[in-house]
Design a protein. Structure first.
Ligand SMILES: [Zn+2]
Lengths: 298, 286
């Protein structure tokens, strides 16, 4: 039930912030909490059906946001996840007014200690280090804790020779942490650089929304970059661009499909196939097995 | 060196002064020779970033600079100092070339940010910045970055992963422009100056936050009052810093790369003590 409410609040936020949606509140007789209105195609689905469909819009296949825990549940083998650094919480590097209180409130509300979970896990028996961002926590903006947890997770993977799988979602930098937030881009990308140097595999899975400083750092640096269908991926905010060019952008601008077409994503994979695809890709990168060409390892 | 610290918003006025010298002014004053090299070999030649091979007191170096225009015509050419992906890719090409020929790299940073436009997104603005950040971290040659005026966000960081970061006395380096900060957090772009003063973006702030290593003094009242003097101060800094870095480099490449990595690795402000109110709820996972 907790998750249901959480999710609803996200949908509501989005509806609220979307343009031209004032009418939708008045129009519906059914309480809005029972409905999912797709931000992509604007069709309305009963929340039950939407959830049964893995939080994917049945009309247009938009892959909606999951909490980090939901993502883990559909990605990691049961009971295999061992979380890293769960006691790490952020301080207030630029003494931004109200930041501490906001953090405390969000920790209580979301049960998360910041916008990312990291840890060891298995995906179809393959050992991996998992990084899963959660947009319910300050739109998964990247501050000290997000940057540090991701960096440590990648460093751990490099040391243990494990592949890294990162589910990215982020509104970008955490402005309340000022320049310290910007430096997390260098920190996380530096860790990826070293993982590369050591020959480690890194698969980045872009989920809704992957934008700003996260797109401009580790999310775009995977050996393989996967995206979920119809999700938002981009660097600059849509409104910023529209403000610059003084015209409306097409709906599919900065979508997963747009990124694929322009050559910045390797493949688009549906949620219900993600585990299998990840496991197979990891298997293909495991050196010893590759020697036996054509042998089907089970 | 610095008499009394000015507020960030006062410094904003100084770096916006019409006569503020840009990279185009400084390059001929700092380097004896400069051959500009054009293009990213992929798409085009971005005029918001120029680069090339130069001689600094007889030492060959690679210079990569973000360029702001001094008048409207120049600004139209260099897009007000807002690079497209091809600018960052040109920078990376020249950085790799510097690595090949064992030349130190000197980056001059001055940008409101990477250009937010349709073509920039199509050509992978995010990817271009990300790749620079990653590649600069591993470059096997010394890298110095100097913020001349505005260091805006990822668009600045793409040229600021370095062994030493210096800032001109009045320059500002921030995660987002003060205007952007005000409009996102307070939904009111007109509170720019207020944002400026709470964002902690001056050189002194950034020294305290362990982001900036050195503050380079400007002429009294700002670089525009005496560009030549400011250029001399920049030159003095580069001389000293190159010597230090070459010495460090000679001790071993690994040591230099480790210290570059650690320069960024240590930035972050968090606690790891267990607090009773911070236990995450235990859900199905784990
Ligand atoms: Zn839809």
């Amino acid at each position: 039930m907790m998750q249901f409410d959480e999710f609803f609040s996200v949908v509501r936020q989005r509806l609220g912030s979307d343009k031209g949606d004032e009418s939708s509140k008045k129009k519906t007789d059914i309480p809005a909490g029972l409905l999912f209105k797709c931000p992509r195609c604007r069709s309305v689905t009963f929340i039950e059906e939407f959830e049964r469909n893995g939080k994917v819009c049945p009309n247009c296949n938009y892959h909606s946001r999951l909490t980090a825990r939901e993502r883990l549940r559909i990605t990691a083998d049961d009971g295999s996840f061992r979380e890293f650094d769960r006691k790490m919480i952020s301080k207030n590097p630029i003494d931004f007014p109200g930041y501490d209180a906001k953090q405390k409130e969000l920790r209580e509300k979301t049960g998360l200690n910041d916008a990312v979970l990291t840890g060891r896990a298995k995906i179809h028996h393959e050992d991996v280090v998992l990084i899963v961002m959660d947009s319910n926590y300050m739109m998964a903006s990247m501050g000290s804790v997000v940057g540090e947890r991701i960096t440590r997770a990648i460093e751990y993977a490099t040391e243990k020779k494990l592949p890294v799988v990162a589910f990215t979602a982020s509104g970008g930098a955490r402005m309340q942490e000022g320049i310290v937030s910007l430096m997390q881009m260098a920190k996380t990308s530096g860790a990826v650089a070293r993982h590369n140097e050591a020959g480690g595999l890194y698969i980045s899975v872009m989920t809704d929304p992957t934008t700003g400083g996260v797109t401009a750092s580790f999310a775009s640096l995977g050996d393989i970059i996967i995206a979920e269908p119809k999700v938002l991926i981009g660097f600059a905010g849509r409104r910023v661009i529209e403000g610059t060019i003084k015209q409306k952008l097409p709906d599919d601008f900065q979508s997963a499909e747009f990124m694929l077409e322009n050559g910045f994503v390797d493949m688009i994979v549906e949620r219900n196939k993600m585990r299998r695809v990840l496991a197979h890709l990891i298997r293909l990168h495991r050196m010893p097995e590759i020697k036996e060409v054509g042998s089907d390892d089970k | 060196m610095i008499n009394e610290p000015l507020s960030a918003s006062r410094r904003l006025d100084i770096i916006r002064h019409k006569g503020r010298p840009t990279a185009l002014d400084y390059i001929p004053m700092i380097f004896d020779e400069f051959f500009e090299l054009h293009g990213d070999r992929l798409c085009g030649d971005d005029r918001a970033i120029i680069g090339g091979v130069a001689s600094f007191h007889g030492t060959p170096v690679t210079v990569i600079a973000e360029v702001k225009g001094r008048d409207l015509e120049e600004n139209q050419q260099c897009n007000f100092g807002m690079p497209h992906p091809e600018g960052y890719r040109k920078a990376l090409r020249l950085a790799k070339q510097a690595e090949k020929f064992h030349r130190p790299i000197i980056c001059l940073v001055d940008t409101p940010g990477a250009y937010p436009g349709v073509e920039a997104e199509k050509r992978g603005q995010g990817e271009a910045i990300a790749r620079n950040i990653m590649e600069f971290m591993m470059l096997k040659t010394p890298v110095i970055s100097i913020i001349l005026g505005e260091g805006g966000s990822g668009g600045a960081l793409a040229l600021a992963v370095c062994d030493e970061l210096a800032m001109l006395e009045n320059s500002l380096y921030s995660v987002i422009s003060p205007k952007g900060f005000a409009s996102i957090l307070w939904k009111d772009a007109s509170r720019e100056r207020e944002a400026c003063d709470i964002m902690k973006i001056t050189a002194e702030d950034l020294v305290r936050l362990k982001v900036c290593d050195r503050v380079i003094p400007e002429a009294d009242g700002g670089a525009h009052n005496d560009p030549q003097l400011t250029a001399e101060n920049i030159s003095a800094y580069i001389s000293e810093s190159l010597q230090n870095l070459q010495r460090k480099f000679q001790k071993g490449l690994d040591e230099m790369l480790n210290s570059r990595y650690n320069k960024f690795r240590v930035v972050g402000d968090f606690d790891e003590f267990p607090h009773s109110d911070t236990q995450p709820s235990d859900n199905a996972a784990e």
